[in-house]
Design a protein around this ligand. Structure first.
Ligand code: PGA
Length: 250
């Protein structure tokens, strides 16, 4: 049985004051979360604050992005070793906002995945199709291409020390959630694709769903056999909303 995992992706949100009250709210009621492991990914500049507030609690933390480079002359970037300095456990790679707004290719995302793992961070690899791609029936092709870029660079075994997040782009921040069955179908496809190469890795890897997850739909999504938790954007910014999702972890 895979442990369920719920990760809050704060995106470019937060302030010193708001982070403090959000984290206090989470800490006060984290004991009500019985099964899921919980983590939050704040913007880089708040990692110090968040790591200090969460040290010694059951809540982990991570970055939202990482450079594919080692430290050096790369203005505006943050290296994997720097995330490790702040005791990050996770780092999100290949979020659709990075892919579409910052032009990150499948190959670049795979390099970031590799760099994260070489620093002993657990990459949360985001995959997912655009609305046009779903409507054109290309969903599986797109997800396979995104996954294969990592498998080709790092080998299928590398996925055992990673988390995959399926996030249909049309469901992110739009209020349109994939139905639990739509999500389950893609999760099963991803796991099946990995199983073709390594059954053990396929059984082990946690596959999270992301895209307008809320307290009201989390339990049904998480009850599906191949959905092992969620990557939560908007609803991770309020302690009560986020905790309600975490509580739905199976
Ligand atoms: P959302 O974002 O929950 O606000 O839809 C999810 C994500 O982009 O990770």
């Amino acid at each position: 049985m895979r442990q369920s995992l719920v990760v809050g992706n704060w995106k470019m949100n937060g302030s010193i004051q708001n982070n403090q009250s959000l984290i206090e709210g989470l800490k006060q009621n984290i004991a009500s979360v019985q099964r899921a492991e919980v983590a939050v990914c704040p913007p880089f500049v708040y990692l110090q604050q968040v790591s200090e507030l969460l040290k010694g609690t059951a809540i982990g933390w991570g970055g939202q992005n990482v450079s594919q480079q080692d430290p050096g002359a790369f203005t505006g970037e943050a290296a994997a070793s720097m995330l490790v300095d702040f005791s990050c456990k996770y780092v999100i790679v290949g979020h659709s906002e990075r892919r579409s707004l910052y032009g990150e290719s499948d190959e670049l995302v795979a390099e970031k995945f590799a760099k994260a793992q070489s620093a002993n961070l657990i990459p949360i690899l985001c995959v997912g199709e655009l609305l046009e791609e779903r409507e054109a029936g290309e969903m599986e092709k797109v997800v396979k291409r995104q996954l294969d870029a990592v498998i080709n660079l790092q080998g299928v075994a590398s996925l055992a020390k990673s988390v995959i997040a399926y996030e249909p782009v049309w469901a992110i921040g739009t209020g349109k959630t994939a139905t639990p069955q739509q999500a389950q179908d893609v999760h099963a496809f991803i796991r099946g694709r990995i199983a073709e190469q390594d059954g053990g890795v396929a059984e082990k890897v946690q596959i999270l769903y992301g895209g307008s997850v809320k307290g009201s739909n989390a339990a049904e999504l998480f009850s599906k056999p191949d959905i092992d938790g969620g990557l939560i954007g908007g609803a991770s910014l309020k302690a009560d909303d986020f905790l309600a999702i975490c509580q739905a972890g199976q």
